[in-house]
Design a protein around this ligand. Structure first.
Ligand SMILES: NC(=O)c1ccc[n+]([C@@H]2O[C@H](COP(=O)([O-])OP(=O)(O)OC[C@H]3O[C@@H](n4cnc5c(N)ncnc54)[C@H](OP(=O)(O)O)[C@@H]3O)[C@@H](O)[C@H]2O)c1
Length: 399
């Protein structure tokens, strides 16, 4: 049996259905290619242990009855409509655009959201159905999949959460449930070049999840992404307008940011072309790759004011990562900082898109550029600020 290179607390032996009760060392080396087809992904013989994605040393028990009956219903009962989709991560940056687009295109959209005070009201207002579940609680997943044809998985752990729990164990549980319940299509969002950076835990997990999904035998496709334009608003645009510090690095890395609305549009085009897309790994990149400094300069020009830039040398990021590795309780921080190693590698997060546009029948002119995206943002926000100022002048009261 091959050993999967995972820094995730779950080994290849877990994937193959043979569990150990002790977590493996945080192994960052090795190759994630030679694991045999996981026994537990046959769907029919999965055990509660497999569904949870968490290892125990207890012997296999019969499959829970409720799953087998659900599967029967999916196969012999009323057929599941091809338009019924489950969006996982619908409250997120990309997920909400997937929900919006799906509804606009006439899909029945159900969203799996964590029980929170009221984070998903806007999804209901748009017309989606919301069901509560949590990927880290595998027993909450099966009920959300009843009557679902396609899962669009946009979920990822929030920055303050451990990567392993949601992005690996949670996804293993979701894919195993999907297989057991006869889900007919699974769309998974991954990260560009995840196969080339085993030293970065999140990229490692994405790569292994791609493989796990492929081995599951579920019809699927993977979309690897580079970066989102929406992320630049909080990172640069707002702090510049508020005259606060923006954090830059001296790294030469370039990222081809893409508008999440374009990602959503292209995802649904891909869904409609399942015969040519099935099993493929596509990469979506924006029209041009930008360094951090170039993004800041563009924001400065559009905002009409200078940024207060605090530059963090990549060497400091790397040192911080090494220090945080010393302590168990800072390991999650270290996992996030692992991206600093990618930043030092002079990487370009971009790919030529001509072939993908051709495959999907998309015109490159319809893809939003970063200049246009930020220009629209600054035009709108500066107009709103101007209106607010005018209003506040009209209502100023002097004593
Ligand atoms: N952002 C980027 O630049 C970028 C780049 C490359 C690839 N990607 C990939 O693109 C996808 C979407 O990213 P994003 O930036 O849109 O993510 P995001 O804004 O951080 O949203 C994450 C979503 O996952 C949900 N989630 C987290 N833990 C969960 C759990 N235990 N159970 C159920 N749902 C859970 C969150 O729900 P809550 O609202 O409850 O937290 C939220 O809806 C991810 O797969 C990500 O890895 C992103």
């Amino acid at each position: 049996m091959g050993v999967m290179r995972l820094a995730t607390g779950v080994t290849a032996t877990t994937l193959s259905g043979v569990c150990t009760s002790t977590p493996p060392p945080r192994n960052l080396s090795g190759v994630c290619t030679s694991t045999p087809r996981p026994r537990n992904l046959s769907g029919v013989s999965s055990t509660p242990r497999n569904l949870s994605g968490v290892c125990t040393s207890t012997p296999p028990r019969p499959r829970p009855r409720n799953l087998s009956s659900l599967r029967c219903r999916a196969e012999v009962g009323s057929p599941v409509r091809g338009t019924s989709i489950l969006v996982v991560g619908g409250t997120g940056t990309l997920g909400r655009q997937i929900v919006r687009r799906g509804l606009d295109e006439g899909y029945d959209v159900r969203c799996l959201v964590r029980p929170r005070p009221a984070p998903a009201d806007f999804l209901r207002d748009w017309g989606a159905t919301v069901v509560n579940a949590d990927l880290t609680k595998p027993e909450s997943i099966p009920a959300t999949l009843v009557g679902i044809h396609t899962i669009i998985d946009c979920a990822t752990g929030r920055p303050e959460e451990p990567i392993n729990t949601v992005d690996w164990q949670g996804k293993v549980a979701l894919i195993q449930c999907a297989k057991a319940m006869g889900i007919q299509k699974y769309v998974f969002y991954s990260i560009h070049n995840c196969d080339k950076h085993p030293e970065v835990p999140l990229m490692e997990i994405k790569y292994c999840t791609e493989k796990f999904l492929r081995d599951s035998g579920i019809n699927h496709f993977v979309i690897r992404l580079c970066g989102f334009m929406q992320g630049l608003i909080g990172q640069y645009a707002v702090p510049i307008l508020e005259e606060k510090s923006v954090w830059g690095t001296d790294a030469p890395t370039r990222i081809a940011y893409m508008d999440t609305q374009d990602i959503a549009r292209l995802t649904f085009i891909a869904l409609r072309n399942e015969n040519i897309i099935n099993g493929k790994v596509l990469t979506f990149a924006g029209p041009r790759a930008w360094t951090t400094q170039e993004v800041i300069t563009l924001c400065e020009r559009l905002a009409g004011q200078d940024a207060n830039v605090t530059t963090v040398p990549v060497s400091i990021l790397r040192l911080t990562r090494q220090l945080t590795r010393f302590f168990e309780w800072t390991n999650d921080v270290a996992d996030r900082l692992a991206f600093s190693e990618v930043l030092t590698s002079d990487t370009v997060f971009s790919v030529p898109m001509a072939e993908t546009y051709n495959l999907l029948g998309v015109d490159s002119k319809d893809i939003v550029t970063l200049e246009k995206y930020l220009q629209d943002y600054f035009t709108n926000i500066l107009k709103k600020l101007k209106d607010l100022k005018a209003q506040s002048k009209q209502t100023d009261i002097y004593f």
